[in-house]
Design a binder for this molecule. Structure first.
Ligand code: ACM
Ligand code: ZN
Length: 756
């Protein structure tokens, strides 16, 4: 009887198909379903719409009611289905026939009278609901009652199922802490776009974030880091928090995979328990980004006892099959020097430290397998021999995925090139993500089966919680389509158009999405006869409002073509470029500084050469009137670098002039070895032979702070006459012992010398 009813429903539906087309723009689902047919008419949701479910599907019916009620204000009647198709109803049905759509697939049929979602499992029904949400007007996502909306659902027949079973996001909650509510919000956003894995990065050099009852120091001390100024940053998840997150995720069909890093990225842990490091410490919880060299000692039985005890508690908190053990970026220098580690190499007949890492991971795998779980590790776990059951997450390109799959191992393919959304859109834009193929060409059909899917990696060094939306969206939309739809033809422009419409939904969901791509190109050309810069801006990201402004004056901007704008800069000025969509800012502000001063375009001579890696275009850059951008690596290459030397420059002002200020622009990015000088000395001379020291600034800088900072280090003078100005900036000899790259040769980065 029941199957008969369902079949009849389909037959009627298909008979009516294509008679009258819904407007294509009404249908805008991301990730795109595998198949959509436009059906006759539309279904109007109203106060008397009923929601029917089959017994086992009640959780989905209740969830659907909750989703639909907040914004519509309708109190939908939810009841068990009597197997008859009632008009004005939404039917949530678990088909009892063999389902060709698998665990996560579903069919969604909308016609004038009914909406029907069918699937073999609750997972599929849940995804049918997500598609249904996206067929409704964007206001359906409002958390309060939306007025004057017609809740129209265009008629469709959707047959849908995902291509990949692992559709994930890795959230690094260590470099920056993300609170529990934020994680739950992300679980909803992931589910909305049909992702099913939250890879939760919980331990790092800079923090240990998960409560382990046996080792309370891990969160008492290890969850917090202290800066030079005494300020403390941190936070952690209690086991209750973890359970709450895991349960919430389960209700959204998301599996949470905890990552407990070993043997590297473990400074926070060994700062609490230094006896399980090679040297015995002491260590502080890391404050800088990068790769720390002190890691767990592989020769010490206490290390394994510790990690097994940790894992014992972790496996009880996470019901899923996988535990991620990290394995990436574990420098071997301490192991090379450690008698215990060397003894282990001897005792186990290992060839080298890579095999010692392999021993480490294999031993932990055995333990984790004994708990009924499987390990995932970054592709470094291939080095020295792969653990027998391990799944490999390939991040350094595709090599790891190819090698592991050829050895018969499952792989998650998330290379830096396409899946690292901490990278700027200048490097990895939405198109690059959209065109990503997680299946390496080198794999045979049989090996391809090992590709479980992909993940976005959201490393948070430069993205505290409030910037995560900006980094992840809209690129997550592209990845959702790669892993769910896996379109054979990738028509990026068609996708981009759908993204433009999807933004209306993201707006209602309160997502502070960022840019799709590098938003503009800027050219700054100095014109000597007019003594001004001619600036030309080309807008690269379409469908955004671009604003160009000056802090000092009304800019005269000529629109030179559809997306090209020109203006001149005749005076010292800061230009701001910003972007908006529907009056909401998108992405950061872009600042471009221009200076006209007594040193501008004057000849400079250097005592020590700048690095060939950071030339900024040559010696003229120091007085070219162009200020550096907010990135020393920036595409505009405005910063000149000096590694392992001091900085000494003489500017010839061409004639004796009265001067009252000397200033030099410096950059600091301590994790990247870029630091402010210890001090700067300033000299003047009339003849270029005898110099007078006119001042010195001792620079107080916080090297333990990883923030990127720009600073003009200057002195004000009594007005005095000089033709030559000399500046000496003292570089540190080497990075201090607590720095992750202790002993390395630091950089001075300079953009401009300014004399007023
Ligand atoms: C990684 O990005 N270190 C896996
Ligand atoms: Zn050791």
């Amino acid at each position: 009887m029941k199957i008969y009813t369902i079949l009849l429903f389909y037959v009627l539906t298909i008979l009516y198909s294509f008679e009258l087309f819904a407007q294509p723009s009404e249908i805008n689902i991301i990730p795109a379903p595998k198949s959509i047919m436009v059906n006759e008419g539309a279904f109007n949701l109203n106060a008397s719409t009923k929601i029917y479910y089959e017994k086992k599907a009640q959780p989905i019916a209740d969830y659907l009611k909750k989703i639909l009620t907040q914004s519509t204000g309708f109190d939908f009647a939810v009841s068990e289905w009597n197997n008859l198709v009632d008009v004005n109803s939404i039917i949530i049905s678990l088909t009892n026939s063999e389902n060709q759509f698998g665990k996560e697939g579903y069919t969604l049929v909308v016609n004038t009278n009914n909406v029907m979602i069918e699937a073999a499992e609750l997972n599929g029904l849940f995804y049918g609901v997500q598609s249904l949400r996206q067929l409704l007007p964007p206001e359906i996502e409002s958390t309060s009652k939306a007025e004057k909306v017609i809740w129209r659902i265009p008629g469709v027949v959707i047959l849908d199922a995902p291509e990949f079973s692992w559709r994930g996001l890795n959230l690094d909650c260590c470099r920056h802490f993300m609170n529990k509510e934020f994680i739950k919000r992300y679980i909803d956003l992931l589910a909305y776009h049909k992702f099913n894995v939250l890879h939760w990065h919980l331990t790092e050099d800079q923090a240990w974030r998960i409560e382990i009852k046996k080792y309370p120091e891990l969160t008492k001390k290890g969850a917090f880091r202290t800066y030079d100024d005494g300020s403390v940053y941190g936070g952690f998840y209690t086991q209750e928090d973890v359970k709450e997150v895991v349960d919430y995720a389960a209700s959204r069909f998301i599996n949470v995979v905890p990552e407990i890093e070993m043997p590297g990225h473990s400074t926070a842990a060994i700062s609490c328990y230094p006896e399980i490091s090679c040297t015995g410490g002491p260590f502080d919880v890391g404050t800088l980004w990068g790769i720390y060299h002190d890691i767990y000692c592989a020769g010490n039985e206490k290390t394994f006892e510790f990690l097994e005890n940790v894992i014992n508690e972790v496996v009880d908190l996470f019901p899923g099959r996988y535990i991620h053990v990290g394995g990436d970026e574990a420098p071997k220098d301490r192991w090379k020097e450690c008698p215990k580690c060397q003894q282990r190499i001897k005792d186990e007949g290992l060839a080298d430290e890579h095999e010692l890492q392999s021993y480490f991971i294999k031993r932990m795998e055995k333990f984790i397998n004994s708990k009924g779980k499987k390990i995932v590790g970054w592709d470094e776990i291939l080095e020295g021999g792969l653990a027998p059951e391990a799944t490999v997450q390939s991040w350094r390109g595709l090599r790891g995925a190819i090698d592991a799959a050829k050895q018969g191992h499952d792989v998650i393919v998330s290379p830096t090139s396409n899946c690292y959304f901490d990278y700027s859109v200048d490097v990895t834009d939405m198109q690059k993500v959209y065109l990503f193929d997680p299946v390496p060409q080198e794999l045979t059909a049989a090996e391809r089966k090992h590709v479980l899917g992909s993940e976005a990696n959201m490393w948070s060094e430069y993205a505290p919680q409030e910037l995560i939306d900006d980094r992840l969206f809209p690129r997550m939309l592209a990845l959702s389509e790669v892993v769910w739809t896996y379109p054979t033809e990738r028509n990026f422009e068609e996708f981009r158009q759908r993204v433009q419409r999807h933004y209306d939904r993201l707006d209602v969901l309160g997502i502070n999405y960022g840019l799709e791509t590098k938003p503009f190109e800027i050219k700054k050309l100095f014109n000597p006869p007019s003594n001004e810069f001619e600036v030309n801006v080309t807008q690269l990201q379409k469908d955004l409002q671009m604003n160009i402004g000056s802090f000092n004056r009304e800019l005269l901007i000529n629109q030179e073509s559809e997306d090209e704008y020109g203006f001149t800069v005749p005076v010292s000025e800061i230009i701001k470029l910003s972007f908006e969509r529907n009056k909401k800012p998108v992405g950061k502000n872009f600042i471009h500084g221009f200076t006209f001063n007594k040193a501008t375009r004057k000849k400079v001579s250097l005592t020590y050469p700048f690095s060939e890696k950071y030339t900024a275009g040559g010696i003229e850059a120091l007085t070219d009137g162009l200020r550096g951008s907010d990135s020393f690596r920036g595409g505009d290459k405005s910063w000149q670098g000096y590694q392992g030397t001091d900085f000494e420059a003489i500017v010839d002002l061409e004639k004796t002039q009265v001067i009252n200020k000397i200033s030099v622009g410096f950059f600091q990015a301590s994790s990247s070895w870029v630091i402010f000088p210890e001090y700067v000395e300033y000299y003047t001379s009339e003849d270029g032979i005898d110099y007078t020291n006119v001042g010195r600034v001792d620079v107080k800088s916080s090297l333990r702070n990883p923030d990127w900072v720009q600073n003009d280090i200057f002195i004000n003078l009594q007005p005095s006459s000089a033709r030559y100005v000399k500046i000496f900036a003292k570089n540190l000899d080497k990075l201090p012992p607590w720095h992750p790259e202790a002993g390395g040769k630091p950089w001075l980065m300079i953009d401009e010398i300014i004399v007023e």
